[in-house]
Design a protein around this ligand. Structure first.
Ligand code: GLC
Length: 439
């Protein structure tokens, strides 16, 4: 508990079990007592992860890499948050690969602590999509200059917990992980309120979520103007403070900040240094004080210099459920009034990425516009364990079961239709293997 925290809504508590999101798997191999369906999913998950594994040395400088690409042929590179999720999934099958993938993520950026959204380990960004990549130069860059939800320290701790025979892993990179969190604070929190800012919609990983429509307009992800959004940042050398000062197209994004708080907490536990927990509490308090909308109980992104709330309900508004430190009444409200409400996020298969009642809700496939309705496994992976902890065991099981049914029938797809369970977009999608943690 923070001494200076007011007692009610803004109270940040210390969770009794240290606030870990999920525990280490009880064992390697299928979940104990697994039935036929769950055994089939286990086999499918391991084979997807193995098929998508890539390992080698970067041509430019011989740096070794080992990671899981999300889903070839569409997603062949290394994405930051995907790789964090992949490592969390790998810990159940092959913790050595989980450790290797996280070490690769840590090597993907610069020594100053910057870690990119995407790293092009096999070959530099190619000509066809090059102008649309958030790179330093139009051609020949080996990684983007943008960020992704900073989940690395959070994933590191989960993988360390699952590596009892490699006790050194937990401590081997604490300095570099801390430098990464510091980079975020120095470069992406110019107003010093504890909330990180994104300067492009896909930095949150929720590329085309309707919450960004009004903010980015014609510069939205996969619209033609997105090229200009990239180009003008390139011309400013991707200097975050200048971009944020000069243009209003930036967002203090709830999901990104939930990831940040989770990682700050994990870093605190791994180092034993209370400074990280203080920083986490600051971010959590800012989410409560600035993003929590008293009318709806949702956590809303803040747009531009005046921190205007973005009034669109996407699953990111529920992501603070994963912060066990937030007051219980605030978390229960998210569950009761949103997650379990059929007008909003209650569906047969997973958790829709946008509230069903939003005008932009679109549950089907759209090649160019993602995160506008379908259910993704990482969303359920973030929200189901906190739901269980609040005592909604039957609802948690229902959500996991609806997704497992869809994955068993249609394979581990990139996302699913929340009403029919139809598998959509890429096949053998890496982070969909996280489903095993929910069964
Ligand atoms: C899509 C998703 C993004 C993910 C990437 C790689 O762009 O929107 O969240 O990181 O694919 O899987």
């Amino acid at each position: 508990m923070l001494d200076d925290a007011p007692p009610s809504r803004t109270t940040i508590s210390s969770p009794p079990d240290g606030g870990r999101h999920v525990g280490p798997p009880a064992q390697l191999g299928p979940p104990p007592g697994a039935g036929d369906r769950d055994r089939r999913l286990y086999v499918a998950a391991e084979s997807a992860l193995r098929a998508n594994w890539r390992q080698g040395r970067r041509r430019r400088d011989g740096t070794p890499y080992a990671f899981t690409c999300p889903a070839p042929p569409r997603y062949r590179h290394m994405w930051h948050w995907d790789s964090c999720f992949h490592a969390i999934a790998w810990r159940r099958f092959d913790p050595a690969r989980a450790r290797a993938e996280l070490r690769t993520v840590l090597r993907s950026g610069r020594d100053d602590g910057f870690l990119p959204h995407t790293a092009f380990w096999h070959w530099p960004a190619g000509w066809r999509r090059a102008p649309f990549y958030a790179t330093g130069k139009v051609l020949g860059s080996w990684f983007t200059e943008t960020i992704n939800p900073p989940l690395l320290p959070f994933a590191w701790e989960l993988v360390a917990d699952a590596s009892p025979d490699h006790p050194g892993f937990r401590d081997e990179a604490l300095g570099a992980l801390g430098a990464h969190l510091d980079w975020m604070a120095h470069h992406r929190d110019p107003d010093g309120d504890g909330l990180l800012t994104i300067v492009a919609p896909d930095e949150s990983g929720l590329d085309d979520a309707p919450k960004y429509d009004a903010v980015y307009g014609r510069m939205s992800h996969d619209r033609l103007g997105y090229f200009w959004l990239m180009e003008r940042s390139r011309r400013l050398g991707w200097h975050s403070h200048t971009i944020i000062e000069r243009y209003d197209h930036h967002v203090e994004d709830v999901l990104v900040n939930v990831a940040y708080a989770l990682s700050l907490r994990a870093q605190g536990r791994m180092t034993g240094d209370p400074v990280w927990a203080d920083r986490a509490a600051r971010t959590e308090r800012a989410l409560l004080e600035k993003c929590l909308d008293p009318g709806t109980g949702l956590f809303l992104d803040l747009h531009g210099p005046d921190e205007e709330p973005v009034r669109v309900s996407t699953w990111s508004a529920l992501a603070p459920l994963a912060l066990e430190t937030l007051p219980e009444d605030v978390r229960r409200r998210l569950v009761e009034e949103h997650l379990l409400d059929p007008r909003r996020y209650h569906a047969a298969h997973g958790i829709p990425s946008v509230a069903v009642e939003e005008p932009e809700f679109n549950p089907g496939f759209d090649r160019w516009r993602t995160w506008r309705g379908p259910s993704w496994v990482n969303t359920a992976w973030m929200l189901v364990p906190p739901l269980r902890r609040l005592g909604y065991e039957a609802e948690a099981a229902r959500i996991a079961d609806g997704l497992a049914f869809a994955a068993d029938r249609h394979g581990l797809r990139e996302y699913y239709h929340p009403f029919t369970g139809q598998g959509l977009a890429s096949k053998n999608f890496g982070w969909s293997t996280l489903l095993l943690d929910l069964l």
